[in-house]
Design a binder for this molecule. Sequence first.
Ligand code: RFL
Length: 381
Amino acid sequence: EHKPVVIVGAGVSGLALGNFLLREGIDCVVLERRDRDHVERRQRAGVIDTRATRAFRKRGLEDRVVGGAPVQAGLGFRLDGRDRWLELAVEEQLEGRFCPQQVLVRNLITVFEQDGGDLRFGAEVAVEDIDRPRVRLGDGSIIEGDFIAGCDGSHGATRAAVPEDRITHHSHEYGYAWLVVLAEVPAVRPTLLAIHQRGFAAQFGRGPTASRFYLQCPLGDTAEDWPDERIWSELETRFGEPIATRGPIVEKQPMPLRGEVLSPMSHGGLHLLGDAAHIVPPASAKGMNLALYDADALADALVHYYRKDDPSLLDAYSDTRLREVWNYQAFATWFTDTVHDAGDATYRGEFRHRVARADFERLFISGTANRLLGEFIAGLN
Ligand code: RFL
C-alpha cells in the first residue's frame, strides 16, 4: 500500500510538483501554511524560461498553466544612460514567457483543484521524521507519506528538520543590496537594465499595469532611507531618461543579494526543492525557474520509482540537481557581478570595473559569448 507524497508548501515548486504527480496518477497532498489569498497575491518573479515552459508542455499543462507574452529576442540595456540592445542568438530563448509568478501560482492552484488534487491552506507543517516520513499539522493531526517534498522556501520547516551534521550550507554575500520596488506603472519596455556609475537599476513589467524596479544600494539601507521622490529621481538618473508616469509605489524593501546552496538535497525520505535548497539573486532571473526544474526532475524520479520499481533516479536526485544548481550559481555570480561592477567602480575597484566592462562588451562582439548567455537565459545550459 502506497502512502502519499507529502508536499510541504504551495509556492511554485510545490504546486508544480503536485500537478505533475497528479497527471501521473501518483497520490499526493499539498500543505500550505498561509491562506489562499496570501499565496495568490505574492508578487515576485516575472519570467518562465524555455526549459520550465517545456516541463509543462511535456505533461500537457502548458496551455492551462503558462500565460503571458513571449519573451523578446534580447535584453534592453541602458549603458551610461544610452540604449544598448543586446540581440540574443539563441532562438530557443523565445519559448520563454513573461508570466508574473502570482499568475503562474494562481493557474497552478486552479488546475490542481480542477483535476481533483488535495490542497490544504492554513496547514502549517512541523516535520516529525524525515527517515520514516511523517509531518504534524497545527491541529495535532499526523500525516505519513512515502516521501516528503520540501517546497517550503528558505525559512521553511523541512530544511530546518535536517540534523546539522547531515547538511552543509554554502553561502555567498554579494556585498550590496537591491531596493526592491513594486509600482503601479506600466513598463515602457519589457526589460530595462541600467548599468551606471551610481549603481545598477532595472525595470521589468509585471503584467500590463505594474512594474518591478530594482536599485542597487548599500547593505544596511532601510526603506526609510528611500522616500518615493528619491526612488524616482535615482531611477531617472541611472536610466538616463525620465520615467513617463510615476504611479503609486505599493512595496519597497531592501534585499541583500546572496547565493546559497544546501548540500545534499536529499535526506532519507526528504527531498528539498526550490528556495528550500538554493537561493540565487533576482538579477539572474533563475530562482523561480530552478524551483520548476527541481519539480520536473523529482516528478520524473518518482514516476520511475512507482511505475518501474526503480529508485535510481531518486537516489541520483541530489547529485544531478546540485550539478545543475552550481552551474546556475556560476551564471548568477557572473551576470550579477558584471552588471554591477560594469557600472559602479566604488564597490570592488577600478580593476574589476574594467574587467566587467570587457565581459559586457564581449556579449556584443563574440557570437560564442552571446550564445552562452542565451543558453543560460533559456535554461538550456
Ligand atoms: P516559495 O514560492 O517561497 O513557496 C514556499 C511556500 O512554502 C510555504 N511554507 C510552509 N507551508 C507549510 N508549512 C510550513 N512550515 C511552511 N513554511 C513555508 C510558504 O508560505 C510558501 O507558500 O518557494 P519555491 O516554491 O521554492 O519557489 C521559489 C521562488 O518563489 C523564488 O525563487 C523566486 O520568487 C525568486 N525570485 C525570482 N525568481 C526568478 O526566477 N525571477 C525573478 O525575477 C525573481 N525575482 C524573486 C524575485 C524573489 C523575490 N523575493 C521577494 C524573495 C524578486 C523578489 C523580490
